[in-house]
Ligand binder design. Structure first.
Ligand SMILES: Nc1ncnc2c1ncn2[C@@H]1O[C@H](COP(=O)(O)OP(=O)(O)OP(=O)(O)O)[C@@H](O)[C@H]1O
Ligand SMILES: [Mg+2]
Length: 228
């Protein structure tokens, strides 16, 4: 089922890797502009849930609905267009392209969805400024600090105005001061553009930036908003 008003929802997902169940009846939903923290112990299925919601991993059973459409009913090309045009991603270690400058990294999602280089780089510079790292625009990721790199990764996730930002332990590699500032900037930026954020974290201080929490245990997400 698809809870009323939700932008993205998952219903009763199951996913196993060989004999290891990663998801065992997980349900989840998020509204436009909402920031939801997905919490739970290591190995409980948080990243698997995020990857399923983002259309990166296909569940063995269960349904995922984005803006009224089931992901499983889309072709691979449609799902990758969805990821490119509607979703933004931030991972634990940023995962920037090492050969590109920071401006080029942030401009990349825009370039991939057809924006010209000049416009894409102008938007990229704007986002680097908002994340307070405009000074590193011309550097390559190997030449910036961990905290700066993670801000660049957040700028990249937001630059193409996604409807949903998926963040998997986005501050896991940062000290607490840097982590909190990145969370502040990420949630502020998401709220100002009405992007929903699926935020995987095991840190309570990171979850404090969310509107609500969903706990995953043994592959089961307990989402009180997802009425069954
Ligand atoms: N690609 C994979 N191949 C095999 N097993 C996997 C794979 N991905 C996840 N698993 C297994 O599925 C279960 C859930 O993993 P998942 O990565 O979703 O947990 P997590 O909650 O994100 O953990 P962490 O907090 O450590 O990142 C674990 O038992 C894990 O070993
Ligand atoms: Mg994980």
């Amino acid at each position: 089922m698809n809870p009323a008003g939700s932008l993205l929802s998952a219903d009763n997902l199951h996913k196993s890797y060989g004999s290891t169940p990663a998801l065992d009846g997980a349900s989840f939903s998020i509204h436009p502009g909402e920031v939801v923290a997905v919490m739970g112990p290591s190995g409980s299925g948080k990243s698997t849930l995020l990857h399923c919601l983002a259309g990166i991993v296909t569940p063995d059973s269960g349904t995922i609905t984005y803006a009224g459409r089931e992901l499983s009913a889309m072709s691979d090309a449609e799902r990758s267009a969805l990821r490119r045009n509607e979703f933004g991603f931030v991972f634990q270690f940023g995962q920037l392209v090492p050969e590109l400058t920071c401006v080029e990294n942030v401009a990349l999602p825009l370039r991939l969805s057809g924006t010209g280089r000049k416009d894409a780089e102008r938007t990229a510079r704007h986002w680097l400024e908002r994340l307070e790292v405009d000074t590193v625009g011309a550097k390559r990721p190997g030449e910036v600090s961990g905290g700066q790199g993670q801000r660049v990764a957040v700028a990249r996730a937001l630059a193409a105005s996604p409807k949903v930002v998926f963040a998997d332990e986005p501050t896991g590699a940062l000290d607490s001061l840097n982590g909190e500032r990145v969370m502040e900037l990420l949630t502020e930026a998401a709220r100002s553009t009405n992007a929903a954020v699926v935020l995987v974290t095991h840190e309570a201080r990171v979850a404090a930036y969310s509107d609500r929490d969903v706990t995953v245990r043994d592959g089961r997400a307990r989402d009180p908003e997802h009425a069954v």
